[in-house]
Design a binder for this molecule. Structure first.
Ligand code: AMP
Ligand code: MG
Length: 488
């Protein structure tokens, strides 16, 4: 078992609670194939035991045995406030498959369920399934999703809904909250086991330095800075960046009320329960930095084994201070690429910032706007470019575009090269809320075809896929603001 801790209250051995009369809602045949699962012509597992396993009704297929399912303890800060113990309240880690840990989300009550019912509803499970696979296809580090299984079992949320189980995979599901948990309990031995496990398996490059734990902290912080820059560059808002939802591997995890932005708004809030906008788009970098401070607190006892408290804090503080620059560098690199720029120029930061300001003021669609940059010719007149029609404030757009055209003159590459680079950096297809919502509403009427179709389209987000042109469109006006609650 990959989970590195043993004993105490570090985890509970617990089998999933069976989901009555399960059926497939969604299955990623791409990921299934990658895992060596034999599939039939419908792209579903040949071995019927997979449906049983992935709905929590069995612990073995013909080939795989998951003999020690567990739920793990962790703690965390929720909306900036220490929440104490949380843990896998509805997720059960089955074991390993290929390079991944396999986890069932919504598979019943555990010791960590608190007031919850241990279940997840169909709607949020479909969103997590499509969200994870879409992000993976965009190249963003993320947990994967193999399947969603559903059932008629009723589950109460704001209204009566039905239960589903989402199968998630990641090389490790360890979170910042795992470190916070053992730091709060002053159980330094467990912190050491967590850190040593990470050094041995996931951060081997940090093993050999003078201070491996400091290198480990710095590496996690760097990956997280790069991750959040990646999110910004695709318009992804996580929605609940609590420290228990922050992966220790720098992956996107715990897809809840997340959203891909349609119209660009710097302070866009995707989670309607987040009334203060703590997790708004433009605050994500700062919040990730804050979460890295939580991790520093979680790792502090490890450093106190070797240094005075003051020195230990100083070392972590110094490492933490690199975050803003690392983020800025990663962000610059991502947005330069989005604009097809290969060279580094001192004014690029301002150029990009000014564009984002303009996009914000004109509320243009984030994804289609960047994709249209592929049509800009450095020598030709851009006045007839459809991009220009997006911006209500034409004089401001023309002013900015002139600075972009001037900037293009500093590039050594050809127009064609740049245009191709833009098309392979800026996706045509993203999981827009209205598309997910349509698939969910059909699934709620037992038609799962749209879930599979969306998965298929989103697996190839940079390709033209002309037959699916309609799926690239921004939402119609009436579907622009679909409310996403925290309930799931
Ligand atoms: P989340 O906001 O989904 O990341 O969940 C925060 C915490 O609440 C985690 O410890 C979850 O396991 C737990 N939780 C959320 N929903 C449920 C539920 N329906 N049943 C049990 N635990 C839950
Ligand atoms: Mg969570």
């Amino acid at each position: 078992m990959a989970f590195p801790l043993q004993g105490g209250d570090t985890y509970q051995s617990i089998a999933p609670t069976p989901l009555p009369e399960p059926y497939w809602v969604g299955f990623s045949s791409t990921l299934g194939r990658e895992l060596g699962i034999a599939l039939n012509e419908d792209g579903l597992p040949v071995d019927p035991l997979w449906l049983s396993v992935l709905s929590g009704n069995a612990l073995a297929t013909k080939k795989h045995t998951f003999s020690n399912p567990i739920a793990t303890a962790y703690s965390g800060h929720q909306f900036g406030i220490w929440a104490g113990q949380l843990g896998d309240g509805r997720a059960i880690l089955l074991g390993d498959i290929g390079p991944y840990e396999i986890q069932l989300k919504g598979s019943g009550i555990t010791r960590y369920s608190r007031m919850g019912d241990g279940r997840a509803v169909l709607r949020s499970s479909i969103r997590e399934f499509l969200g994870s696979e879409a992000m993976y296809a965009l190249g963003v580090p993320t947990s994967r999703a193999l399947a969603v299984t559903g059932s008629k079992k009723p589950v109460m949320r704001e209204t009566l809904e039905t239960a589903a189980v989402c199968t998630r995979l990641a090389p490790s599901f360890l979170r910042v909250g795992h470190f916070e948990h053992y730091a709060a309990a002053r159980q330094t031995e467990y912190l050491k086991q967590l850190a040593d496990y990470l050094l041995n398996i996931h951060y081997q490059e940090c093993q050999d330095g003078e201070d491996p734990y400091l290198s480990l902290f710095a590496a996690i912080s760097r990956r997280s800075a790069e991750l959040v820059a990646h999110w910004q560059s695709v318009g992804f808002c996580h929605g609940v960046l609590n420290s228990d939802n922050i992966s220790i591997l720098g992956l996107t995890i715990d897809y809840g009320p997340f959203g891909m932005m349609d119209r660009f708004q710097m302070d866009h809030i995707c989670n309607h329960s987040d009334s203060q906008g703590r997790y708004a788009y433009h605050r994500q970098p700062q919040i990730m930095h804050w979460n890295m401070a939580c991790l520093a607190g979680g790792m502090l006892p490890l450093f106190e084994m070797k240094y005075s408290t003051e020195d230990a804090q100083q070392k972590l503080q110094t490492a933490l201070e690199h975050f803003p620059n690392q983020y800025r560098e990663a962000w610059l690199q991502r947005f330069r690429a989005k604009l097809g720029l290969q060279e580094d120029h001192v004014n690029d930061f301002t150029l990009i910032e000014n564009l984002l300001q303009l996009m914000h003021q004109n509320r243009v669609d984030f994804t289609t706007t960047f994709r249209l940059f592929a049509q800009i010719q450095s020598q030709a007149n851009y006045q007839s470019n459809p991009l220009r029609d997006y911006f209500i404030d034409r004089p401001a757009f023309d002013g900015w575009m002139q600075s972009y055209i001037d900037r293009l003159k500093l590039e050594k590459q050809s127009d064609l090269n740049r245009q191709n680079a833009i098309l392979s950096t800026n996706p045509k297809f993203i999981l827009r809320n209205y598309l997910a919502q349509r698939a969910i509403e059909l699934a709620q009427q037992d038609d799962f075809s749209e879930v599979q179709k969306l998965l298929h389209i989103l697996e190839d987000p940079f390709a033209e896929q002309l037959e699916y042109q309609a799926y690239a469109a921004p939402p119609p006006k009436e579907l622009e603001d679909i409310a996403l609650s925290c309930s799931s």
